[in-house]
Design a protein around this ligand. Structure first.
Ligand SMILES: [Zn+2]
Ligand SMILES: [Zn+2]
Length: 489
């Protein structure tokens, strides 16, 4: 465990100073002359008597000051270690019973029952299936929100685990297998554990902790509303108003016990787009009588790639445009009337996100017009750029180090998170927690959203610890920052 030495030094100096005053008295002109040696001897005796006592009281003072600091650190360490068995048990239960976005009924019940058993103020049915709980600390202070997402995915689990999912659910008219293939089961268990640890320490907490269990992070089905945007719309960041929000995501390719973070833009915005191309139907043998939407579609796909390679400043931030679906036609010898392209856009800069939208429209409309076709472009923003408030990151990074010795900074990613919507309302900090078995090569680790996705849950207590430290450290640090800013005026 790291020794909290920094506060020991000033106290030791302060306590040592009276002895220092005795020693400087040797140089006092009144003490010079024949009696100087005698006086010096006397003072040396006084000094020798006083110093050990002062030293002892200094040590006692340091020890008592440190014991308080250590108490919180030690309490968090001990309580997190103790709750790990339960966290693993909860995570495995939830893993075995995954539910899709906006349908997390049993998951929400399971979470709410636990939070109610802790005596927290619990609200259910937030943004359809979300659960929000409030923990009021024993001292006044800010409102700190901690968020976990709770939904699974339509993926067929192929990992031979005793708690592997065998469940299925209706998804857009199909019955599909369901799996926690993004690790949200571990987020739920970590936050349930954090709620229990913090409740047991509530008299020492300055402020209020808001636990947000959010549904449908992967996106609500069809055109339903859901996820973080709906939670924000329903006022989850108000009453009481959140001063700072923290969240984490487990990573299947980062060693367990590791925390990775980045200040500023961290995860990409995600937009889904559809380009509907309208042409003219004709016999496949006489293309001159058609306006071929398949050929126009192919030209548009190529054109879209030049937005990335020739029109956007990719030195400022990366851009991705992917067409994931191209649907047209029914038969080899019929040129169809219509073609539909579906794709996704990723950006790491809000301004570039807007630019790319208008460039996609311009590219699609003009390429289509060049062939006499027309297009209808729709762009649906799923997430914004997940932006980590730089001053919050600088202020709170030391708290990450209290939870684990392995903390590193990382690069931005073109993956997306709807946590970004909370960041629109309060300073936010989102980071990654490792869940890959130690010693495994990240290249061999099955990716998120795949049937082989796997999380080593043996160190989920690191997640509990980091959330607890953030809650304990934020109030005093935010207070210090406010007074520092006031001094500037
Ligand atoms: Zn995911
Ligand atoms: Zn996820």
């Amino acid at each position: 465990m790291p020794q909290p030495t920094p506060c020991a030094e000033p106290i030791a100096k302060e306590q040592a100073s009276p002895a220092g005053n005795y020693l400087t008295a040797v140089g006092d002109p009144r003490l010079r002359g024949d009696g100087t040696q005698q006086l010096t001897n006397q003072l040396t005796i006084i000094h020798m008597n006083i110093v050990p006592k002062l030293f002892l009281s200094a040590v006692i003072l340091i020890a008592s000051t440190n014991s308080h600091a250590q108490t919180v650190q030690q309490q968090i360490d001990q309580k997190a270690a103790k709750i790990l068995t339960k966290v693993i048990e909860w995570r495995r239960h939830i893993h075995e019973h995954p539910e899709l976005g906006n349908r997390e009924f049993k998951t929400a019940e399971y979470i709410a029952a636990h939070l109610k058993s802790l005596g927290l103020e619990v609200k259910t049915g937030v943004a359809k299936t979300g659960v929000v709980a409030l923990l009021k600390g024993g001292k006044p202070g800010p409102v700190i929100a901690l968020r976990a997402d709770i939904d699974g995915l339509p993926v067929h689990e192929r990992v031979a685990l005793p708690f592997a999912s065998k469940d299925s659910a209706d998804y857009l008219g199909q019955r599909l297998p369901v799996m926690h293939a993004c690790g949200h089961d571990s987020h739920i268990a970590i936050l349930m554990g954090t709620a229990e640890v913090l409740t047991s320490m509530k008299k020492d907490i300055a402020g209020t902790v808001k636990f947000i269990f959010q549904p449908a992070e992967e996106g609500p089905p069809g055109d339903e509303e859901g996820g973080a945007p709906l939670m924000v719309k329903e006022g989850v960041m108000d009453n009481p108003k959140v001063d700072a929000i923290f969240g984490l995501h487990i990573s299947s390719s980062t060693e367990s016990g590791t925390i990775k973070y980045k200040a500023g833009p961290f995860m990409a915005s995600s937009d889904w787009f559809t380009i509907k191309i309208k042409g003219k139907q004709a016999h496949g043998s006489a293309p001159w009588g058609s306006i071929d939407p398949i050929v126009v579609g192919a030209q548009i796909i190529n054109g879209l790639q030049t937005i990335v390679s020739r029109q956007e400043n990719i030195v400022k931030a990366p851009v991705v445009i992917t067409v994931g679906k191209f649907h047209s036609g029914v038969r080899s010898n019929i040129i169809p009337e219509e073609a539909i392209l579906d794709g996704t856009i990723r950006t790491l800069d809000a301004e570039m996100q807007k630019e790319v939208h208008s460039k996609i429209r311009r590219m699609a409309e003009n390429i289509a017009a060049a062939s006499g076709a027309t297009v209808e472009v729709t762009i649906d923003t799923k997430t914004l750029v997940t932006y980590n408030d730089s001053s919050l990151v600088t202020m709170m990074a030391p708290s990450l180090h209290k939870a684990t010795p392995i903390v590193t900074t990382t690069q931005w990613t073109t993956g997306a998170e709807d946590f970004s919507y909370f960041g629109e309302k309060a300073p936010a900090f989102f980071f990654n927690l490792g869940g890959m078995p130690k010693g495994k090569d990240p290249k061999d680790a099955p990716g998120h959203h795949t049937p082989e996705f796997f999380i080593d849950d043996s160190q989920l207590d690191v997640g509990v610890k980091v959330f607890c430290h953030l809650v304990f450290d934020y109030p005093s640090k935010a207070q210090a920052k406010t007074s520092e800013n006031k001094k500037g005026f």
